[in-house]
Design a protein around this ligand. Structure first.
Ligand code: UDP
Length: 473
């Protein structure tokens, strides 16, 4: 069939964001073969890592992609937080994104631009071209709701957020303690908070916001936003969960598979902190002792400690395995041999979570990891690190009740005894059994949402039809 409808997609150079938005785009063009997408990717650093490359290589022919010339960040301090590197890259990429959009629009009439929520400056550019501007939001509706209400909250709350005594009430959301708010909200006098508010205001420019969530997961929050569409809240499209079906990892690392194959069903706790998350030294030691004390089987993706709690995901592999293992307590690997496996840096998470031996996931609550746990029905230990992860942990533990959240002591450490307690509770305790039942139900809801007549598929099909009709005018 002749291709009529051309859409541009603007991504951000963050592995988890790319993975999510590309899955969404694949589904969009699969549901409506009359849509053609050009994907524009800002970049930084000297090369594009293999994990990212393989995401693009898996795209079908109706999604073209281009990488913008890498942004030079040499003027930034060497040990700057990786999030600030991304922020600078996005900001500095705006002029070239505009040039590309302009060229594409003049040569092949774009009907819409969809941009990752992290680069919502693109919404403004798209409005200049007078075409539809959509945002793809790869996180929770709860976070989106906070973003959309943040300017109002700013006007109505007088104290600095971190001093709020009462939990924050956002329409349709469970209350959030101030300590669980996203990092930029913790200090209202900071530059980061100002930038956060400005970025959130830009969401109001969107003609619609697609969220990687589904009705049964966040119904009250989604409905509360949809009820306010007449009052200026953009249209909200819950169209997830988008989770990669097949991992793009190259399968060379089979040690994990041999290990999992030997374990009993649902007996292994998978421990991983996302594409770049890591712990500080002392916490790595506590986690190791906690896992050992719990007596449960585990598969742990280990990264070197980092003061920011995150290593630059495009820069992984800085230590040889043997040096990396030195961050573990003496004798840990020998004592846990057969019961536990430590995998350096990276593991094929999708395959692991789908393995029948996995019975629990200790996760930093990144939204992709969370959804991957949900679609596999795996109960969670919620161990948030940064960004909006503490809010995700609140949703999982207090809201959906599918996670246990360990207590952090007054020095910011989760102690080994606490770790052992929550691991045992989840893997073999009564609480774990109840959580497992609730997770199984959510898994069923996720599968239903993506069926032919499921809520997410119907929403995306309607949206795709709307876009297609614009292309044929
Ligand atoms: N991931 C993986 N192997 C790893 C670590 C992470 O495949 O060893 C994938 C994981 O499956 C998920 C993504 O990386 O799709 C991490 O995304 P998430 O939103 O959970 O966290 P973030 O990386 O944004 O902190």
């Amino acid at each position: 069939m002749e291709t009529k409808t051309h859409i541009a997609l603007v991504t951000v150079p963050v592995y988890s964001h790319l993975r999510s938005i590309l899955e969404f785009t694949k589904r969009l063009v699969h549901l409506n073969q009359n849509i053609h997408v050009t994907c524009i990717n800002p970049t930084f650093g000297s090369s594009i890592c293999n994990n990212v490359k393989s995401l693009f290589e898996s795209l079908p022919s109706n999604i073209n992609y281009m990488f913008l010339p890498p942004i030079n960040l040499e003027d930034l301090p060497k040990d700057i937080h990786p999030a600030l590197k991304v922020e600078a890259t996005l900001h500095r990429s705006i002029p070239s994104i505009y040039d590309v959009l302009n060229t594409l629009h003049s040569s092949s009439k774009l009907v819409a631009v969809i941009s990752d929520g992290l680069i919502n400056e693109v919404l403004r550019l798209t409005k200049k071209l007078d075409i539809l501007a959509y945002s793809y939001f790869p996180s929770t509706t709860m976070l989106l709701s906070l973003c959309l209400h943040s300017s109002n909250l700013d006007k109505t709350i007088s104290s600095a957020n971190k001093d709020l005594l009462e939990p924050l009430e956002i329409p349709g959301c469970i209350p959030i303690n101030s300590t669980d708010l996203p990092d930029p909200m913790l200090d209202r006098s900071s530059e980061g908070y100002k930038i956060f508010l400005e970025a959130n205001d830009r969401f109001y420019l969107a003609d619609g916001i697609m969220i990687n969530s589904f009705l049964a997961l966040e119904e009250t929050t989604i409905r509360a936003l949809q009820e306010k569409e007449d009052e200026g809240i953009p249209s909200i499209y819950p169209i997830g969960p988008f989770v990669q079906n097949v991992s793009c990892d190259n399968g060379s690392d089979l040690e994990y598979l041999q290990f999992l194959d030997k374990q009993e069903k649902k007996s292994v706790l998978y421990v991983s902190f996302g594409s770049g998350g890591t712990l500080f030294s002392e916490q790595i030691i506590e986690l190791a002792f906690g896992l050992e004390l719990s007596g449960q089987n585990f598969l742990w993706v280990l990264r070197p400690p980092n003061k920011h709690g995150v290593i630059d995901d495009l820069d992984s592999g800085e230590y040889e395995d043997e040096i990396l293992y030195n961050f573990l307590p003496n004798g840990f690997l020998e004592r846990t041999k057969g019961k536990g496996l430590v995998v350096p840096y990276w593991a094929p998470q999708i395959e692991i979570l789908g393995h029948s031996s996995i019975g629990g996931f200790l996760t930093h609550c990144g939204w992709n990891s969370t959804l991957e746990s949900v679609v596999n029905g795996i109960p969670i230990i919620a161990w948030p690190l940064f960004a909006e992860q503490k809010m995700n942990a609140v949703l999982l533990s207090d809201g959906l009740k599918v996670a246990i959240r360990p207590k952090v002591n007054e020095n910011g450490i989760v102690e080994r005894e606490e770790i052992a307690k929550v691991v045992k509770n989840l893997m073999v305790g009564e609480e774990g059994k109840e959580i497992h039942q609730r997770m199984e139900k959510l898994k069923g809801n996720a599968i239903d949402a993506l069926k032919e007549n499921g809520s997410s598929t119907m929403t995306l099909t309607h949206l795709a039809l709307k876009l297609e009709s614009l292309g044929s005018h």
